[in-house]
Design a protein around this ligand. Sequence first.
Ligand code: NAD
Length: 349
Amino acid sequence: MYTIAIIGYGGMGGYHAKQLLSLPEEFRLAGVYDINPARIDAAEKDGIHGYRSLEEVFADPEVRTVLLAVPNNFHKPLSIAAMRAGKNVICEKPVMLNAAELEEVIAVSKETGRQFSVHQNRRWDKDFLIVKKLIEDGAIGKPFYIESRVQGSKGIPGDWRCVKEAGGGMLLDWGVHLIDQLMYLVDSPVTEVYAHLLSVKFPGVDDNFKLMMRFKNGLSALVEVDTYTFINLPRWHVSGDGGTAQVDDFSCTGRILRAKTEEMRWEEGIVYTVAGPTRTMAPRPKESIEEQPLPELESDARDYYRNFRDADEGKAPLAVTPEQALRVMRVIDAVFASAEKGCSVSLHI
Ligand code: NAD
């Protein structure tokens, strides 16, 4: 039985507790600690042991791994404290506020020999796995452009997420997921980023952003996160030299369209707009296209915990490594720099 304690029993701490408790034969949730005593009381009401101090968690010899589900600015001090106390650490995303912080944490992980990972759970999301599979299967040929976005219209929850110093803003929130997914998907260094970070409703933090990324292998990507848009674009739109795939939203409806034949009869199907004709933008004849459904697959996000345990026990390589997280944080540093300077930033990460 692999024993974990959770620090921070808010939204995400509660989620982790449920996930771990759903695997009673594999994991033991030793208990939770939260800086807010009311949240410890809430945990006890939920039937979970409440630690009354951080020291109590660190002193518990049963606890092998500490899972940090606290606001972003506490990730670094608590990761370091936990590893120095002899515990492995699963840290919520964003792993840290910047790459320099993560370098410090990685140094402590190496010094103490404790395993450190970040909960990039969106690698287990179905929409992402579908895109990964259809690219691996060659369903759209060689991809040259990927759009990945998430959009809402309710703004940012009015908590620490609106506070810059706490690590608020969407780049460090959803941005880190989408960038991690892309960097995991595309086996090539990132060579350029260009970003517009906007504060539409929440001064001081980015609540909407657009990011262009260029990879060394020639692929370009658009990452888009909006909290104030009322008409959503597709979650994924992937262009390849053999077709196009779209995943509409988290429910994973969508389709793949491919050309049956590359030969075009240009004289057919001219489209007339009010101001003139176009052949280039006229739709293809229906018989020259074939439609395919998206691949079907299953995913269990709890495999993240299983992998962390197996890696700790020397049975598997760690799925989300500190080095992967460091690449992502370096890109995020460059994204902030691009937005501040108002120009693109070259890199090789
Ligand atoms: P939250 O505000 O709901 O909960 C945070 C909890 O941490 C609160 O109960 C608070 O009292 C407690 N806390 C604050 N400072 C603390 C400290 N120093 N020591 C102990 N407890 C402390 O926030 P949340 O939505 O649960 O987010 C927590 C973390 O999880 C963030 O890093 C966030 O980015 C991440 N998160 C990840 C996902 C995901 O899908 N991976 C989703 C949501 C949030």
